[in-house]
Design a protein around this ligand. Structure first.
Ligand SMILES: [Zn+2]
Length: 552
């Protein structure tokens, strides 16, 4: 006897008629017996991986199917229920002479699997029916679907705390299908706090119904069971309300190593807000791994404070229209340890925001959270912009920015074969003119010098005509400085099985703590700046030609 059959026989049979929805949208009904790898539904054996949903008598979904699987199953059930409702109401409509309603039901039934023969019969009945006024309207497919999704929401919400998030997702889906769904609104009123933190104070008048909808949107998109709302009296919130504006919303995460406070006046664009919080988290997680050390010198857990503005105008106003603000989508300010961002109105916004979030929060995290130096090491901070080797600051932030990040699974990879910096250096080093910043000079200059020399210079300095991206690619000196510095970090992080990785992190400590002797490239890596530059160019060309690191 095979194993599946044995477990089937040993398993307890459940009484009553259960509903099982399969991946191919087949709906089975009858007594279900659960085995280890299969269900027996009314005598038929179905492997578990073909089951989309098993709804038992208690209305509880089995196997914790995903939100998407549940919505798929609801869709299949809605089609079945639609057909059943049409079958019941079509004769009523015909009898009442409600020809339009009956025709609408026929059309709906036809796309819900009404057999052709039955359809022809309905057609004939329709032709005979007389038109009368006042009979009931057609079945409403959106309402039927919403009812079924709502039923799933109730089941999940009743299934204990760990199923709560799925329940919120389904309840929100119900209200997206039918914003006036009475039962769903009733359930929402039961589960939402009496005075939700969000959506209370806009435009003066409290609107409890709107506040509850916003509460649900925040739960599903932003809080996701991983993040907490920030109370009005939290110190970071009070500070923001004093220096910025009063009508702010906030969340915080206390995940160790990724403590974040996120404050925004935005209430309703919750999908965007959720993305930003998750990019912030994944950046912190990646950096915590890169800089992990057995002997941390710092164990304070100051959160990264992030202000997310309503618009570019508000952001510009806040930053006083400085030139850095003019050309940026976000900025970390050392003066008050706050990172500020906004969501641009460009079609490519998600990608741009991801890059600027990861870049600026890398600056922020390294400055305030890096365990490799102590807060008191900052006594020399005032002169840091005079310390040589600023390339490591912008190069490293750009290197981290060029990694690949998946905020749904929280997986990332710091190696990206399509890193723009490597593409740029590879392409430019293949040009006959080889117009690049002199590596000798790049590795030495301080922040103040680099800004004067390159970063703030506009205009095209070099053009890459071949091998990479949309050609020709123009580069200003400022952009070249970032690309070359980032390519240097890629090389020092990955080359020769990560041989220089530890030195790269030590070099960064030396720069950030203003230990000048540690910022000599020759002393730090045992390679002359010129030789290092040559190797970086070779490495960039190798990556563009398909080289991959053996392991992360
Ligand atoms: Zn930067």
């Amino acid at each position: 006897m095979n194993r599946v059959l044995v477990t089937l026989l040993l398993a307890t049979a459940l009484a009553g008629a259960d509903t099982v929805v399969l991946r191919d949208r087949t709906i089975l009904e009858g007594a279900v017996t659960k085995g280890e790898k299969a269900l027996a539904v009314a005598g038929r054996t179905v492997p578990l991986d073909e089951v989309l949903l098993w709804e038992n008598d208690a209305g509880l979904a089995q196997f914790s199917p995903s939100f998407e699987a549940q919505m798929d199953a609801c869709r299949a059930l809605a089609i079945r229920d639609r057909l059943a409702e049409c079958r019941k109401r079509f004769p009523e409509a015909v009898a009442a002479g409600a020809v339009d309603a009956a025709r609408a039901m026929l059309e709906l039934a036809a796309i819900s699997g009404l057999p052709a023969k039955e359809g022809a019969d309905w057609d004939a009945q329709l032709l005979k029916a007389e038109r009368k006024e006042g009979a009931s309207g057609a079945a409403d497919p959106a309402r039927i679907f919403a009812d079924i999704v709502y039923r799933r929401a109730k089941a999940e919400l009743g299934a204990g705390e760990e199923r709560q998030y799925r329940g919120w997702q389904l309840l929100r889906a119900t209200l997206q299908l039918d914003g006036t769904h009475k039962d769903a609104l009733g359930t929402l009123a039961e589960i939402a706090p009496e005075r939700p933190l969000i959506g209370q104070s806009k435009e003066g008048k409290p609107d409890p119904a709107r506040a509850r909808r916003l509460w649900l949107d925040w739960q599903v998109d932003v809080l996701r069971g991983e993040v907490r709302p920030l109370g009005r009296r939290a110190p970071d919130m009070e500070r923001a309300r004093n220096v910025w504006r009063r009508d702010l919303n906030g969340v915080e995460t206390r995940e160790e190593g990724a403590e974040i406070v996120f404050v925004t006046p935005i209430e309703d664009r919750t999908e965007i807000l959720g993305k930003c919080v998750r990019y912030a988290k994944i950046t912190c997680r990646a950096l915590a791994k890169v800089f992990a050390t057995d002997q941390p010198k710092r164990d304070d857990n100051e959160p990264l404070v992030i202000y997310f503005f309503e618009s570019r105008d508000e952001y510009m106003k806040e930053l006083g229209g400085s030139p850095m603000a003019q050309m940026s989508l976000g900025l970390y300010a050392r003066s008050d340890n706050i990172s500020r961002f906004f969501w641009p109105s460009t079609p490519d916004a998600t990608r741009e925001v991801r890059r600027v979030f990861v870049h600026e929060l890398t600056h922020h995290w390294i400055e305030r959270r890096n365990p490799r130096w102590h807060a008191s090491d900052f006594s020399a901070t005032e002169t840091r912009h005079e310390v040589p080797g600023y390339w490591v600051v912008e190069g490293f932030a750009t290197f981290i920015e060029e990694g690949r990040y998946d905020i749904d699974t929280y997986k990332w990879s710091l190696f990206s074969p399509h890193a723009g910096s490597l593409g740029a250096v590879a392409a430019l080093s293949r040009e006959k003119e080889r117009a690049m910043i002199d590596w000798d000079k790049l590795f030495v200059l301080s922040q103040a010098e680099a800004q004067g020399e390159w970063i703030k210079k506009p205009g095209v300095f070099a053009t890459a005509k071949k091998t990479w991206g949309i050609t020709p690619q123009p580069f200003s000196e400022g952009r070249l400085y970032y690309e070359q510095a980032a390519a240097a970090c890629h090389y020092l992080y990955w080359a020769d099985d990560g041989k220089y990785r530890a030195q790269l992190l030590d070099y960064m400590t030396a720069h950030y703590t203003a230990k000048r002797e540690g910022t000599s490239v020759e002393k730090a890596f045992g390679i002359t700046p010129r030789e290092l530059g040559t190797r970086i160019e070779e490495f960039a060309r190798k990556v563009v030609d398909g080289w991959r690191p053996p392991k992360e």
